[in-house]
Design a protein around this ligand. Structure first.
Ligand code: VGL
Ligand code: ZN
Length: 236
């Protein structure tokens, strides 16, 4: 009898003094990790068609270990996966007479012509991390007409489910790393910042295509308010 009275008194007090979010179904703001494009075709370890310098087995191990630590610390873990149809506009093989890495204009946009990579359902498109790490894998670049460096939207403006997934999970802060620093990591971190998330980009877990475009990308990120760090205390 006495304990009943006391419990109802306490829950009445809680209802008065705490904001609505702190009820039984309270959802704390969370942080999420976005692991960008850790796929066979982008890695030297798998002799990928678009292998980014420094993506050896040791790099893959460091990304796997770090991601497991972030997960153990309670972060939600998302991946992006470049997932192109074979006739994708970004493939040099789909433009007669062009050379790899040439830049052409398509409907007024600059398009780099890449070696064919990350073709849907091929080995090269596989993510090289344990699938059990991920809350969700978000695929991008599926529309043959548009490239999509960002995990949030493609060059035609079509959105992936990324932003709504983060909002549904009450995510406020995101940590971004992976490949390539100067393309997909850059674009994903910039779009995360534009969407209002507090963004941290981790350099030691990222690799880029070319040193000068990496420096430029890091400058762009800092300008956009992204915190660019070499590492994080959790990884020490
Ligand atoms: C990427 C070029 C083409 C990337 C994807 O993951 O950075 N780069 N597609
Ligand atoms: Zn691509």
């Amino acid at each position: 009898m006495k304990s009943t009275t006391r419990r109802s008194f306490l829950s009445g007090l809680a209802a008065l003094s705490l904001p609505p979010l702190f009820g039984e179904e309270a959802r704390r703001p969370r942080s999420a990790v976005i692991v960008v494009d850790i796929q066979g075709d982008f890695t030297e370890a798998r002799k990928g068609s678009l292998a980014v310098a420094g993506t050896d087995e040791a790099y893959l191990r460091s990304v796997a270990e770090a991601t497991a630590k972030f997960k153990a610390a309670g972060h939600l873990i998302f991946a992006t996966q470049d997932w192109h149809p074979a006739d994708h506009v970004s493939f040099v093989t789909n433009h007669k007479g062009r050379k790899p890495f040439e830049v052409i204009k398509i409907n007024g946009r600059d398009q780099v012509l890449w070696p064919a990579h990350c073709i849907q359902n091929t080995k090269g498109a596989e993510i090289l991390l344990d699938a059990g790490l991920f809350t969700k894998v978000v695929q991008k670049g599926k529309d043959r007409r548009f490239d999509s460096y960002s995990g949030f939207k493609d060059d035609g403006g079509a959105r992936t489910e990324k932003e709504s997934l983060l909002r549904e999970a009450d995510v406020r802060e995101v940590i971004v790393y992976g490949v390539a620093t100067d393309f997909c990591v850059r674009a994903t971190a910039l779009d995360a910042a534009t969407a209002g998330f507090k963004v941290t980009m981790v350099r030691e877990l990222s690799r880029g295509v070319a040193p000068d475009s990496v420096e430029k990308a890091l400058a762009d990120l800092r300008t956009a308010g992204v915190s660019v760090v070499d590492s994080l205390p959790l990884l020490a």
